[in-house]
Design a protein around this ligand. Structure first.
Ligand code: CMC
Length: 427
């Protein structure tokens, strides 16, 4: 195959280099196209635009493959812990025992949050959406940890990374506890990373906390499944904010806001609200299938479809199995699970969904597990953020280490051409 692509405009030819990835994906490098031709490429929603070269996550949407640093998501979900996956994503290799222990200890050392942060949290109404609270608190962390990250120093980067991995779960837990009206507490440093998060979130003020291995396993798996997903909306946000050399915490706060939307991470909340509404409405799934297909109805089947997966989302397969296991281990019968399975069955047989290659995504069944773990619906997207944290960090670190230029897309202007100013009396 030729290693250049030729673009012809008005009889003039421009040669653009062709790059090949390690999985044989092919890209045309158009970075010099505008300087050569004066012409830009247009791709709303970046449906076919690569924004970077990355070594972190590979996904093949046609084949339903997802791998972190070369390891399949199925194997990682089965065999790894979330903390191992954090290390793998951020630093590129699975840690040995010594490295893992040191990483965990360094995180533990940094897991105290300035007590004044509680005053900020207290300022929010109890009804505030936890994603807004979490984004604000993450941003506020900058004020309490003002030294900017020296990206030329691996040590300074490492320190910022273990700081946020230590403090973020505390912010998540306190946000949850605020909603419940519980005192803000810490967990127990001697526990595993995820077990400690569970304790910080769920410990009742008047009762000793007993961890349930089914709950910890389910949380661990969910966090791993959400840990990275290459250049999605929130990750691209983190990279683009970081590309202006804003610090790590500020970049992450922006990523949290991007994740909040119902077309992205907010879908897990939207799925449960949709399933609840269907149940309340008598469980008539056909009616809602009809609404989803009706172009005059804004209703969409939440938890279905994906920008990249045009085959099964491999994460959804793992989560569906896990939802069955968790509910039966905890002895929970949730009618919503049956509605979800019914909807999935109908969609997979319906030409509208089949033709458009719309399959359940990661968010379709995750909410059912979160519900079983007693996590309130509004906290679901926060749990997604907790899982996505290492991915955002890894992508931010990679972007800074590679000295990527500031992100700055072009546009095709379609507004007025030059016109004279009219004074207010003449308008
Ligand atoms: N229900 C009904 N129709 C749908 C749905 C859906 N959930 N998703 C896509 N379509 C239709 C859409 O109307 C369009 O039809 P047509 O070609 O006739 O105009 C076609 O399928 C292609 O959809 P699109 O909106 O152009 O696709 P996209 O790649 O821009 O959007 C998506 C992807 C995930 C935003 C979209 O599928 C969606 O809104 N899904 C529901 C929200 C959701 O579950 N989001 C979670 C995504 S996974 C978690 C994460 O990583 O964020």
């Amino acid at each position: 195959m030729s290693n250049t692509a030729t673009i012809e405009i008005n009889g003039k030819k421009y040669e653009m280099p062709i790059l090949t990835g390690t999985e044989n994906e092919i890209a045309i490098d158009i970075s010099s196209f505008r300087s050569q031709s004066g012409v830009i490429t247009l791709d709303q929603g970046y449906k076919n635009t690569g924004s970077c070269e990355s070594e972190i996550t590979f996904l093949d949407g046609e084949k339903g493959i997802l791998r972190y640093r070369g390891y399949s998501i199925e194997e990682l979900a089965e065999k790894a812990s979330f903390l191992e996956v954090c290390y793998l994503l951020i630093f590129g290799e699975l840690p040995n025992k010594v490295q893992l222990e040191k990483f965990h200890n360094d995180i533990r050392e940094q897991s105290i949050v300035a007590d004044d942060m509680k005053k900020i949290l207290d300022g929010f109404p109890q009804s505030a959406h936890p994603m807004g609270v979490l984004s604000s608190l993450t941003s506020a962390l900058v004020a309490f940890n003002p030294s900017s990250v020296q990206v030329s120093s691996e040590e300074a980067m490492y320190k910022a990374i273990v700081k946020i991995l230590g403090k973020f779960p505390v912010l998540v837990a306190w946000t949850h506890r605020k909603r419940l009206g519980y005192p803000y507490e810490y967990g127990d440093e001697d526990l595993g990373y995820v077990e400690n998060i569970a304790k910080m979130m769920f410990k009742k003020p008047n009762k000793e906390y007993k961890s349930n291995p089914v709950v910890i396993d389910a949380l661990d798996k969910l966090l791993i499944l959400h840990a990275d997903h290459e250049q999605n909306c929130s990750t691209s946000t983190v990279r683009i904010v970081g590309s202006s050399h804003a610090g790590l915490f500020a970049s992450l706060a922006a990523g949290i806001s991007a994740l909040w939307g119902p077309l992205h991470g907010g879908a897990n909340q939207a799925v449960i609200e949709m399933l609840e509404a269907i149940k309340e409405d008598g469980g008539d799934t056909k009616k809602y299938m009809g609404k989803a297909k009706d172009k005059d109805d804004p209703f969409r089947l939440m938890g279905f479809g994906h920008r990249v997966y045009k085959n099964f989302d491999p994460r959804a397969k793992i989560i569906k199995k896990s939802a069955d296991e968790v509910l039966s281990s905890l002895g929970i019968v949730d009618p919503i699970l049956d509605i979800a399975k019914g909807l999935e069955k109908e969609a997979l047989e319906d030409p509208y969904f089949v033709d458009r290659k719309l399959y359940p995504n990661v968010d379709f069944y995750s909410g059912i597990i979160y519900r079983a773990l007693n996590i309130p619906t509004e906290m679901f997207t926060v749990m997604f953020a907790l899982g996505r944290l290492p991915g955002w960090i890894a992508q931010w670190r990679e972007m800074r280490l590679k000295k990527e230029p500031i992100g700055r897309p072009r546009q095709l202007y379609q507004g007025y051409t030059h016109r004279p100013f009219k004074s207010v009396d003449d308008r």
